[in-house]
Design a protein around this ligand. Structure first.
Ligand SMILES: NC(=O)c1ccc[n+]([C@@H]2O[C@H](COP(=O)([O-])OP(=O)(O)OC[C@H]3O[C@@H](n4cnc5c(N)ncnc54)[C@H](OP(=O)(O)O)[C@@H]3O)[C@@H](O)[C@H]2O)c1
Length: 291
């Protein structure tokens, strides 16, 4: 995997950097020498990532604790970045979560936050940082979509729709900016070994194994090198996502509804149970603020 092996003069801002795919992006960019801006609501968890990468790669990391599902969250993020005197060269719009269940039974407030984070914040954060990249004639935007973005996903309807937005939004921007030095990529992972399923409140019961975050990052970097507008991580995910595009949308939705209908889904495969992977906390000279 390459995607710019030497990024010593670059700043990478990663939302949802405290765990999972975001933390893996942070590590990959730290490994390439980039300065990091790590963003998520939980400040202590961000400091754990910052300290680990500082100890391992000597990374300069800025931690910005912000709730991006809040209407003002993205603007507060941009203000904090400006106050720190930073210019963002690489933006990874990764923060997101899903909800699962019959739509009318789900919390309206949680669904609203899901749309605010997965859709509204992705668009707003892109608006805040992409113009600077265009002005400088270089930059990279990775928006994390999902294989769920290729079809309607009954019982995860809001999530699927939110990821369809991210996919379409990213491909549109890719076409607009590909000749202006700014690369835009929609990254579409399938089921991946992160805390996603714990937040979703379910265990993964799909037929294949969970992909690792390292595999997802390698896929993203390969696609960036090739100048692709979007990429699906994993061969099986590629096949199933594209197969669903060849069939009528209503038919795909009906089949998916049967598979995901509560009480009808297959019992969880123990080999697919979620494994929590947390970096060990390490103290270094510049530790987190108390509290
Ligand atoms: N894992 C999968 O199977 C899978 C598949 C396809 C797509 N994806 C997508 O991949 C992205 C990353 O998910 P993941 O799998 O790495 O899950 P994860 O381990 O649960 O990580 C989610 C990250 O988002 C942050 N976050 C949550 N709410 C936030 C908010 N209101 N404002 C800012 N940040 C917030 C979390 O911060 P805290 O630690 O502070 O909560 C955490 O850093 C998501 O967009 C997800 O939809 C995941």
């Amino acid at each position: 995997m390459t995607a710019d092996p030497d990024l010593r003069m670059s700043t990478a801002l990663i939302t949802g950097a405290s765990s999972g795919i975001g933390a893996a992006f942070a590590e990959a960019y730290a490994d390439r020498g980039a300065r990091l801006v790590l963003v998520a609501p939980s400040e202590p968890r961000l400091w754990m990532v910052a300290e680990r990468l500082g100890a391992r790669y000597g990374t300069e990391a800025h931690v910005i604790a912000v709730d991006l599902a809040d209407e003002r969250g993205p603007d507060r993020l941009a203000e904090a970045v400006a106050e720190a005197g930073l210019e963002v060269d690489i933006l990874v719009n990764n923060a997101g979560f899903g909800t699962r269940g019959p739509y009318h039974e789900l919390s309206a407030d949680r669904d609203h936050r899901e749309v605010m984070l997965n859709v509204v914040a992705v668009e707003r954060v892109a608006h805040l940082f992409l113009p600077g990249m265009v002005a400088r004639g270089r930059g990279t935007v990775i928006n994390v979509s999902s294989t769920s973005g290729f079809q309607a996903v009954p019982y995860m309807t809001v999530y699927g729709a939110s990821k369809a937005f991210v996919l379409s939004f990213s491909i549109g921007l890719w076409a607009e900016y590909r000749r202006r030095g700014v690369r835009v990529l929609a990254l579409c992972p399938g089921p991946t070994d992160t805390e996603f399923f714990e937040v979703l409140g379910t265990r993964m019961s799909a037929g294949g194994r969970l992909r690792t975050t390292d595999e997802v990052i390698a896929t993203a970097f390969r696609a960036l090198d090739r100048g692709q507008p979007y990429v699906i991580d994993g061969r099986l995910n590629y096949l199933t996502s594209n197969a669903s595009r060849l069939l009528p949308r209503g038919l795909v939705a009906r089949i998916t509804e049967r598979v995901l209908r509560p009480g009808r889904s297959r019992p969880p495969d123990p080999s697919m149970s979620v494994r929590r992977v947390r970096p060990p906390a390490r103290r270094s000279g510049s530790g987190p603020p108390a509290g």
